[in-house]
Design a protein around this ligand. Structure first.
Ligand code: ATP
Ligand code: MG
Length: 220
């Protein structure tokens, strides 16, 4: 990403933001509420367009290769996006049907089990918050994306589920050479699991805190 700028009407949110991510890396994006993290992730995920700047994935420019690039990206938005009246199984099969890689039911189930999501026939409305998050991540994995973008995947969930989710993300990066870009407000988690971190906004608080933890901080 090079020199990305984004305004909502006259309100400038992102100003010449640049970042990079390599295969096998878990990269954290932190910053105070309203700093523009979700805006940035939506732009990387192609869910929103920037006003200016350049984006590339595997040497392909977003501008000319949107269709190909979208197949390589998995996106988990900040708000959980699931069919509440359907079961875990039905959600997985529904999205698998819409996807390019037509996974079998066994393959769909294996993704859930790999994430420690065992409730296959339970209706989503009856799942806990952490389980819903896991299912949302599982959906993003159906097309086996190279770049996984997650907006606060661990917010509001217990330590065990949180650890399972972040360990899973690490495993995806390290064993399958995926690129993981995610946001969290949990600095302990960020410093434990991320290879590098980008800080958004003016806040020197994050900079000093994270520097004290010894994590590699990148300038945007
Ligand atoms: N659709 C929109 N229209 C206008 N302004 C918006 C829109 N979406 C976000 N904003 C504004 O852009 C700024 C950045 O919002 P964004 O959601 O990207 O921040 P964030 O860093 O993800 O915050 P949080 O930590 O609370 O999730 C905020 O000031 C927000 O009010
Ligand atoms: Mg956000």
């Amino acid at each position: 990403m090079k020199n990305i700028s984004k305004s909502y009407r006259s309100h400038e949110i992102l100003q010449n933001v640049s970042m990079h991510i390599s295969r096998g890396e878990v990269v954290g994006l932190v910053g105070q509420n309203g700093a523009g993290k979700s805006t940035l992730l939506q732009i990387v995920a192609t869910a929103m367009s920037a006003n200016s700047g350049e984006l590339m994935l595997n040497s392909l420019s977003y501008k000319d290769n949107l269709k190909v690039i979208r197949r390589q990206i998995g996106f988990v938005p900040q708000e959980v996006a699931l069919w509440e009246h359907m079961t875990v199984r039905e959600n997985m099969l529904f999205f698998a049907k819409l996807s390019w890689t037509k996974l079998s039911e066994e393959q769909c189930r294996a993704i859930c089990l790999n994430m420690q999501l065992h409730e296959w026939d339970k209706q989503v409305s009856a799942l806990s918050g952490g389980m819903k998050r896991k299912l949302n991540i599982a959906l993003s994995l159906i097309d086996d994306p190279q770049l996984l973008i997650l907006d606060e995947p661990t917010v509001g969930i217990d330590l065990k589920s949180k650890t399972e989710i972040v360990r899973f993300l690490m495993q995806q990066a390290k064993e399958h050479q995926k690129m993981i870009l995610y946001t969290s407000h949990d600095m302990e988690e960020i410093t434990t699991y991320c290879d590098r971190v980008y800080i958004m906004g003016e806040d020197s608080f994050y900079y000093e805190y994270l520097q004290g933890k010894g994590i590699f901080i990148e300038k945007m």
